[in-house]
Design a protein around this ligand. Structure first.
Ligand SMILES: Nc1ncnc2c1ncn2[C@@H]1O[C@H](COP(=O)(O)OP(=O)(O)O)[C@@H](O)[C@H]1O
Ligand SMILES: [Mg+2]
Length: 299
């Protein structure tokens, strides 16, 4: 019997960029003889009552054998898991990846190389004062990175050079959760993106920017294919496993002497840029890995 899948994406994000992944997954499924339907998250409503959790569907179909989750709607993913349907990536790994505070906590617990990171205390209203951090002897020297817990495309990542800049940033961030982080200056405008699927690095690129410390392509970074070292590959795989993801786009920074340092793990990495850069279609690897896992009944 052939397996049937769903790929769930967020129905309320602007532009085609967010549906891209879902379409590539559906096509990869077609090539591999599996029907994968594309479904926006808001066509599926988590419903809970005494007879258990379920999903109310807009277009009623049979529940699938597996779900590929291209969204960050954690409660929906969790309901689907509770119904016994395997979800890739798991809701827990997406949650850890989405929240940079939880990501670094997990990586540090695994003793993996990360920039030294301090988590800002929670505030309910107003904002913290620069003084909270500057009086700590372990504090980093300027410049250092301020990073919001939730963000992408480099848009919520800042480099602060002075106490005044820090104070202004704290005001801008207000009561949103954030971290302060050592600036890896050997990686200024330069990083690596490794795409991990299962136990394998399937594609890699280097990104460089001439005019910004952030190397994100959406922030102006230029891509070039990269052949990862054994150490880089190992680290990207360990990082992916540390958050319990089945596949991920892992960003690595260049430490001293090129020593790799984990920057972040994207459980919901877009795959068009890496395809444009390397010609490698990560969706093919993801679908074949997922079908393998489901067939083996591993999840
Ligand atoms: N601690 C750091 N030191 C140096 N550069 C960093 C550091 N953290 C992030 N960067 C740069 O900023 C970019 C965006 O940061 P990242 O944590 O990956 O956030 P996002 O989720 O927005 O991509 C990285 O790709 C890297 O180029
Ligand atoms: Mg990133």
């Amino acid at each position: 019997m052939t397996l049937k899948g769903w790929v769930i994406y967020n129905g309320h994000l602007p532009g085609p960029k967010f549906k891209d992944f879902a379409e590539w997954i559906r096509e990869a499924g077609e090539k591999q003889g599996t029907d994968i339907a594309i479904i926006p998250n808001d066509h599926l409503l988590s419903f809970h009552a005494e007879n258990g959790p379920t999903i109310l569907q807009k277009e009623k179909t049979n529940f699938p054998d597996f779900v590929l989750y291209s969204d960050k709607d954690i409660p929906l993913a969790r309901t689907i898991e509770t119904m016994g349907i395997p979800v890739f990536n798991s809701s827990h790994s997406i949650e850890l990846s989405d929240n940079k505070i939880e990501t670094y906590q997990r990586l540090a617990a695994h003793h993996l190389p990360i920039p030294r990171t301090m988590v800002a205390p929670k505030v309910f209203s107003g904002s913290l004062q620069a003084e909270t951090f500057l009086s700590v002897p372990e504090f980093f020297t300027f410049p250092f990175v301020v990073k919001e817990a939730f963000g992408s495309f480099g848009e919520q990542v800042y480099l602060v050079h002075t106490e005044e800049e820090l104070q202004q940033k704290l005001l801008d961030i207000s009561n949103r959760p954030f971290i302060l982080q050592e600036f890896i200056e050997t990686s200024y405008g330069r990083d690596l993106r490794l795409n991990v699927v299962g136990d394998q690095v399937v594609a890699a690129m280097e990104r460089t920017s001439d005019n910004d410390f952030r190397a994100n392509v959406s922030a102006g970074g230029i891509m070039k294919p990269h052949t990862p070292t054994a150490q880089e590959k190992e680290l990207a795989i360990q990082a992916t496993k540390a958050i319990g993801a089945d596949f991920a786009g892992v960003d690595l920074l260049f430490g001293k002497d090129g020593y790799p340092i984990i920057c972040e793990i994207n459980s919901n990495a877009h795959i068009r840029n890496i395809f444009d850069c390397t010609g490698i279609n990560v969706a093919d690897y993801i679908v074949s890995y997922v079908l393998n896992q489901v067939n083996r009944g591993k999840k």
